[in-house]
Each structure stands twice: as structure tokens, then as C-alpha cells.
Design a protein around this ligand. Structure first.
Ligand SMILES: C[S@@+](CC[C@H](N)C(=O)[O-])C[C@H]1O[C@@H](n2cnc3c(N)ncnc32)[C@H](O)[C@@H]1O
Length: 334
């Protein structure tokens, strides 16, 4: 971490100010050390250049889900980094209708940043400060991947215990809250760190058109594939990617189910696609959220929102407390 990150960090438990106790530096990076809360005296270690605020006493399924993703991100780190142009295209699609230019000069947060593929893309839009945050040890990989970007910082922390004292102006959270035990609670936790005119965008799995996945695949994922050793799950993912590629090719001419999603997958190289297959098989926790449920979150928190479906099987939800800050403002709900 760089010392400038201290301007936005705070103790996640008592909101006390933090004192830096560095032990090893390299250039402007603090590689190892700790942060001590001046109020509750708790210490948080800085390891691999990342401050770690994750509590040790968490639920087994949370640890399984996040460490499963960490294995996946680490395995596929190189192929993801090698596809910079594709990542840029995907990022714009995932956050639409938000224009990445909205991040210029802002304090931006990416909760659940994985290995940091979107951090690398978003940094180009010149946010004042961009903070990636992840629960798992993949935060160390993300920190390595963005080490040379002076406006980007990585923190290891839980969405439910955010160590932030400044309110963020833009937050994008892509493919994360449906992997937390209570997605609505995670959504509300993100709203708490949003400034009064801030914009939050989340992308989640949809319940619509995914009923069979929920009925047939979820039990297999929860009881079997999420428990497989990494190498076995890797081989299985590669094996399943082959017929998926055939379906992707056939979708160009045949009216297959999930045609839009299959056509979307055309742009991925084989190995990047194997990463997606692994990603679907590894987590114990995955919720499929309906339009009605997302609309209720918006109404309950009195937000302005823009809800759009993506590839017919997932939702992008863009919210703000102020209508004028949304690209296509809808009337206030609730
Ligand atoms: C499917 S991955 C998506 C990563 C990234 N957003 C992307 O699209 O490249 C989900 C990520 O969310 C993280 N995650 C899950 N629960 C979390 C929590 N409670 N707090 C912070 N990160 C969490 C996981 O560790 C994992 O890296």
C-alpha cells in the first residue's frame, strides 16, 4: 500500500483513526507492517503490500466461496491480463449505461475486485483514487497487477465491514453480491459508503431464464463441484468448455436457448472461457435474483435506479440517491 491510502482508511470496527507501523518499504510501497486503531487498539496486518481487515472467524461457506474464486483468478491471471482490449469492451458492457468517464477525478471503489482486471481498465479513466477491495487472498494478486498504477490501491476486506472513512463517489460491484450469504445486506452495506450524490452499479445473476440452473445445477455445485480439488475442477472446466465452444459456434446459425449469451461468449479465447466455466462451478454461495427483488431493494432504500437486463440472464442495477446523477434517470421509486 501507499501511505496516501491512509487518507481514506479507518478502523472497520469502531471507525477510529489508524496509525501506520511500517516494517518494510520498497520505494513508495509499504510491503509489510501494520495499522493500529487509535481507539480500540486493534491491529491489522499489512501483508504483500495490502492492508488486511478480514476477520478470522467467518462462515465456512463464505471462506469456501471466496477462496474458490481466488484459486480461479490466480490460475487464469495471465490469460485475463493478456486480453486487455476484451476487458475494456467487457467493462463498458458490464457497467452500462454508466459511462466510465463518470469516474474522472472521483473517489471510486470496486468491492470484490478479484485479480483486478476492472481496476486496470477503470484506472485509465483517471479517477482521483480507485480502491479495489476483496475478501480473499486474491487481493494480493490484484495488488501485484496494479502495482505500477499510482492512483490505484488494493485492500483486503469484507463488504460487510468496510474500512472507509471517506464516502465514495462511484462504486462498481460486478458479479459479487450474489455470492454473499445475504445479497440485500451487502447491497445496503455498499450504500452506506456512497456519498449523497454517489452512483453505485451492481451486476447480478438473474432468476429469470435461469430457473433450470437453480433447480438442477445449484445442488450439483453446492454438493459436488465446489468441493472438488483445484486440479480436478480445472480439468472438468476444460472438458466442459469444449462442448460450450461448439454451442457458441452453432449459436451463429441456430436458434439455441441462451443464444444471446452464447453469441456474447464468441469473443472469449478458449482458456478465458474455461475460467468462466470454473467460475460457475466453484462457489458454494450463488443467488439468482429476480427483477421484483431488485426493485424492492430500490424502493426500500428510496433510490433512483436504472435496471437493465444483460444477455437475457442477468441484471445491471445502477442506483443513486439523486435522480440527476444517473445517465437515464427514472422517477424515484418508493
Ligand atoms: C465472481 S468474482 C468477481 C470478481 C470481479 N468483480 C470481476 O468481475 O473480475 C467475486 C469476487 O467477490 C469476492 N467477494 C465475495 N464476497 C465478498 C465479500 N463479502 N467482501 C469482499 N469481496 C467478496 C470474491 O472473493 C471474488 O473475488
Amino acid at each position: 500500500m501507499r501511505e496516501s491510502l491512509l487518507d481514506v482508511l479507518v478502523c472497520p470496527d469502531c471507525q477510529g483513526e489508524l496509525t501506520l507501523l511500517p516494517t518494510r518499504r520498497s520505494g513508495d510501497h509499504i510491503e509489510e507492517g501494520s495499522l493500529k486503531c487509535r481507539q480500540c487498539r486493534r491491529r491489522f496486518r499489512i501483508e504483500h503490500s495490502v492492508p488486511n481487515f478480514v476477520s478470522e472467524e467467518d462462515r465456512g461457506d463464505v471462506i469456501q466461496t471466496t477462496s474458490g474464486f481466488a484459486r480461479n483468478w490466480n490460475e487464469f491471471n495471465e490469460i485475463i491480463l493478456d486480453n486487455d482490449g476484451l476487458n475494456d469492451e467487457l467493462f463498458r458492457d458490464w457497467i452500462a449505461p454508466l459511462d466510465p468517464e463518470a469516474m474522472r477525478g472521483k473517489l471510486v471503489l470496486e468491492p470484490g475486485c478479484g485479480m483486478g482486471r476492472w481496476l486496470k481498465v477503470a484506472a485509465r479513466y483517471d479517477p482521483r483514487m480507485l480502491i479495489g477491495l476483496d475478501y480473499s487472498a486474491v487481493a494480493y494478486t490484484a495488488a501485484r497487477n496494479v502495482r505500477d498504477l499510482p492512483n490505484v490501491h488494493v485492500v483486503r476486506a469484507d463488504i460487510l465491514r468496510l474500512p472507509l472513512k471517506q464516502k465514495v463517489e462511484v462504486a462498481f460491484c460486478l458479479g459479487v453480491i450474489h455470492h454473499t450469504p445475504q445479497p440485500e445486506r451487502s447491497f445496503k452495506a455498499l450504500l452506506e459508503v456512497l456519498s449523497s450524490t454517489g452512483i453505485l452499479t451492481v451486476w447480478v445473476y438473474g432468476q429469470e431464464n435461469n430457473g433450470w440452473i437453480h433447480r438442477l445445477i445449484t445442488p450439483i455445485r453446492v454438493h459436488i463441484t465446489s468441493k472438488l480439488p483445484h486440479r480436478v475442477l480445472m480439468s472438468l472446466s476444460m472438458l466442459l468448455t469444449a462442448p460450450l465452444c461448439l454451442a457458441v459456434a452453432a449459436s451463429a446459425v441456430l436458434p439455441l436457448p441462451y443464444r444471446r449469451y452464447l453469441r456474447h461468449l464468441r469473443r472469449y479465447p478458449f482458456r478465458y472461457m474455461s475460467h468462466i466455466v470454473y467460475d460457475h462451478l466453484v462457489p458454494e454461495i450463488a443467488h439468482y435474483l429476480s427483477r421484483g427483488e431488485l426493485e424492492r431493494w430500490v424502493a426500500d432504500a428510496s433510490l433512483h435506479a436504472h435496471l437493465s437486463e444483460r444477455n437475457g440472464n442477468s441484471w445491471r442495477l445502477l442506483v443513486s440517491r439523486v435522480a440527476g446523477t444517473l445517465p437515464s434517470a427514472l422517477p424515484r421509486t418508493g
